[in-house]
Design a protein around this ligand. Structure first.
Ligand code: ZN
Length: 113
């Protein structure tokens, strides 16, 4: 389950940020997860809870903002929405697509106390 590794990197980022700002604890963490990031949000929530134990974010509320996938279609010569990796272009059905967005997970912001 690679969500565990993802949650660990999130912990590093948020703890580092909280420490530099002199926070006592992290109240909330907001993550952006792209539709093409191959991240299972239920697994991520579980991993987050496990990984954050004993950290500054032990009591933190996790907010997940899901964003759509986007790709550049070579035949349409324009960006199109992509719900899943491996799907064809919703306009022309072509598979000549280059993923251009919604393919990663990142920390949007945190709420500290
Ligand atoms: Zn197309």
């Amino acid at each position: 389950m690679h969500e565990m590794a993802l949650a660990e990197s999130v912990r590093e980022i948020v703890e580092e940020t909280a420490r530099t700002q002199g926070a006592r604890r992290i109240a909330a963490v907001r993550l952006e997860v792209g539709a093409l990031a191959q991240v299972e949000t239920a697994a991520l929530r579980f991993a987050f809870e496990v990984v954050m134990q004993g950290s500054l974010a032990a009591q933190a509320r996790l907010e997940i903002v899901e964003v759509d996938g986007q790709a550049w279609c070579m035949s349409c010569s324009r960006p199109v929405a992509l719900a899943r990796r491996g799907d064809g272009c919703p306009q022309c059905g072509s598979f000549q697509l280059q993923v251009s967005g919604g393919d990663r997970m990142r920390v949007l912001d945190i709420e500290i106390e």
